[in-house]
Design a protein around this ligand. Structure first.
Ligand code: G6P
Length: 613
């Protein structure tokens, strides 16, 4: 949700800023801009639309700006339409300061009114512009820019990751953070800021994570970090454990397709040091609950957003089924506006690919404030959520570039399988033989996904037939109901087709009224507890002339009479089937979006990391 980068002391600042923004494109892509200090003043370049447009604008300009401070921004619009005027950086009236901002200034209307009364003119519709004017207003003669930043930010309510450069001070880059991620990267005679690691990883692995209400004044070979009152803070320098992120599609047409194909390896990786053999106990050393706490555990609350919320719903089925512990799952954006109820022997689990989603972050902080143990399931052990957590369950999906989550979802599911089995082991709620069988099946799953990935023709045919459909319905029951929700979400996200997932039993309580030959119904039906029931609901849909698609592992001749398309997956126990049924649904969404010529990796209006509530 907006990405910011900045540098000081960098040989070629424009190239650095553009490359950094490219690595942050997943955070927004409706406009982009940079501000660089040309020695005598600040030059700003902005373009609406994709980063490509800014690159074209700057073509040939990249060698001009050396060593002085520079900042860059990639935008996901919150206040004001995505055009060039509203694109960042924004400057103060006298162009004394230029800033880039990620977050939302909640009291911007009041501040804007006050500043307008003082004679400041506003040229954009953004909340961000008030900060630029506010800093200029605070910059009294003889005062240091750092003090002006601190004084201005004292008046601001809301969330910000901020980068600023001053006309009077080309050798310093200013940065501040409150409730939005920002890191300081330390290089050799050059330093950086960024919203996320990939933007700077090629340049340095030494970083400082800024915390809320911290302000950094950064020069090429030194830095000073203070609190909002100007008191100097000693901060820990951490070393990032990653290699520079490959942004290569490795021959695939889109990152989404590449990431779908990475899933077998991602699952192997997630299992790697936790489950080596089916006859050994699981090793979840990151879960810091004592044996006694685990034995006494009697309630679990899970909070998440988007695809992570669907993984959480699968997690609920697993934990309840394997342990009998009741599990509540709630969208973080709902959880945070209700009374936070935490009981003595409960834990709160936050699930997040990015570890930065604002609603989930707020939710886990609320749970922590009520003394709940917070376990975070995330792909980013370096994220704010991971640092807030009492325990971590890493999901090892690697960096996910495509905005639509695929491999991170599978990895989150695996994390929940591991956690549920681990709890069952500790609480002795399943027979040892069942646990061993389950572990054996987990180890088999990557191979079964590979089988689906090498047999995609049927899914492709299905996409050919239905890519012009305007509405789609996905039905399932039990543990595959969340898979239906996730399949429908994938289709909506990247093809903009209206797709809805329903518990199959709910179809006749309303949605069936919509059915006719124009609406395909996709049924997920795997042998097990709910197979016959989903089959009956599919027959009811067929009787209303719906086009029928099955995702199934069953060899049932009867299916041919109901379904126009049958997408086969390898057999597995019903309880593990979401890991397999989800793959054809990702591919179906992908192929449909491809036929429609959509921008698959960067769908309109979306961002991968949503750092505003
Ligand atoms: C955004 C992304 C979704 C993602 C959701 C939650 O909306 O576009 O793909 O599922 O945020 O993100 P998180 O990082 O918390 O899993």
């Amino acid at each position: 949700m907006c990405g910011i980068v900045g540098c000081i002391g960098q040989e070629n600042s424009v190239s650095f800023l553009l490359e950094g923004l490219e690595k942050l494109e997943y955070r927004g892509y409706d406009s982009a801009g940079i501000a660089v200090h040309g020695g005598s003043g600040i030059k700003i370049y902005k373009a609406s639309g994709k980063l490509e447009n800014l690159k074209t604008l700057l073509n040939g300009n990249s060698g001009k700006y050396r060593l002085n401070a520079g900042i860059g921004h990639i935008r996901w619009a919150t206040h004001g339409v995505p055009n060039e005027t509203n694109a960042h950086p924004h400057s103060s009236s006298e162009n004394t300061v230029s800033i880039v901002h990620n977050g939302i200034i909640e009291n911007y209307k009041e501040l804007k009114k006050e500043l307008a009364e003082k004679g400041f003119n506003f040229s954009s519709q953004t909340d961000t512009e008030v900060i630029a004017h506010l800093i200029e207003d605070s910059l009294k003669p003889g005062q240091a820019p750092g003090d002006a930043v601190r004084n201005a930010l004292k008046k601001v309510d809301g969330a910000y990751a901020l980068g600023a450069i001053f006309k009077q001070d080309p050798q310093t880059l200013y940065a501040a953070r409150k409730s939005a991620p920002l890191i300081l990267g330390l290089g050799e005679n050059r330093n950086f800021i960024a919203s996320d690691v990939p933007a700077i990883l090629e340049h340095t692995k030494r970083v400082i994570y800024l915390e809320d209400n911290e302000i950094a004044e950064i020069k090429s070979s030194s830095y000073k970090i203070t609190d909002i009152n100007g008191d100097i803070l000693e901060k820990k320098v951490e070393t990032l454990p990653w290699e520079p992120v490959s942004v290569s599609k490795m021959g695939y047409k889109h990152f989404m397709l590449k990431e779908i194909h990475e899933q077998p390896d991602v699952i192997r990786q997630t299992l790697f040091d936790k489950l080596k053999n089916s006859d050994e106990p699981l090793n979840l050393r990151e879960v810091k609950l004592t044996k006694k706490q685990l034995e006494d555990l009697d309630r679990v609350q899970v909070i998440a957003c988007g695809t992570s919320l669907h993984a959480a719903l699968v997690g609920k089925y697993l934990i309840e089924e394997f342990t009998g512990i009741p599990v509540d799952v709630e969208a973080s954006s709902e959880y945070i506006y209700k009374r936070t109820i935490v009981s003595k022997n409960s834990i709160t689990i936050g699930v997040s690919q990015s570890g930065e989603t604002a609603d989930t972050l707020t939710a886990i902080k609320q749970a922590k404030d009520k003394n709940s143990h917070v376990l975070v399931v995330t792909n980013r052990p370096d994220s704010t959520m991971a640092r807030e957590a009492d325990s971590l369950l890493p999901v090892n999906a690697g960096f996910e570039v495509s905005v639509a989550a695929t491999k991170s979802f599978s990895a989150q599911l695996m994390a929940f399988y591991l956690l549920a089995i681990y709890l069952a082991e500790v609480k002795k709620s399943l027979p040892g033989t069942t646990i061993e069988e389950y572990k054996k099946e987990l180890i088999q799953l990557p191979q079964k996904i590979e089988m689906i990935l090498s047999n995609k023709e049927k899914i492709h045919d299905c996409a050919v037939k239905f890519h012009n459909t305007r509405n789609f319905i996905y039905i399932a029951r039990g543990i595959n109901f969340p898979t239906a929700l996730e399949g429908a979400l994938k289709l909506k996200e990247i093809s903009y087709i209206n797709a809805t997932g329903y518990p199959a039993g709910e179809l006749k309580h309303g949605p069936i009224a919509m059915l006719d030959e124009t609406i395909p119904v996709l049924s997920i039906l795997v042998p097990g507890k709910v197979y016959e029931k989903v089959l009956s609901n599919s027959e009811e849909s067929k009787a209303r002339n719906a086009n029928m698609i099955a995702v199934t592992s069953e060899e049932d001749e009867h299916l041919e009479q109901i379904f126009d398309f049958i997408i086969k997956i390898p057999h597995t126990d019903e309880i593990f089937s979401p890991i397999l049924t989800t793959i054809p649904l990702q591919l179906l969404a992908y192929y449909i979006a491809e036929f429609l010529g959509k921008d698959i990796d960067q769908p309109r209006n979306l961002a991968k990391s949503v750092t505003v509530e």
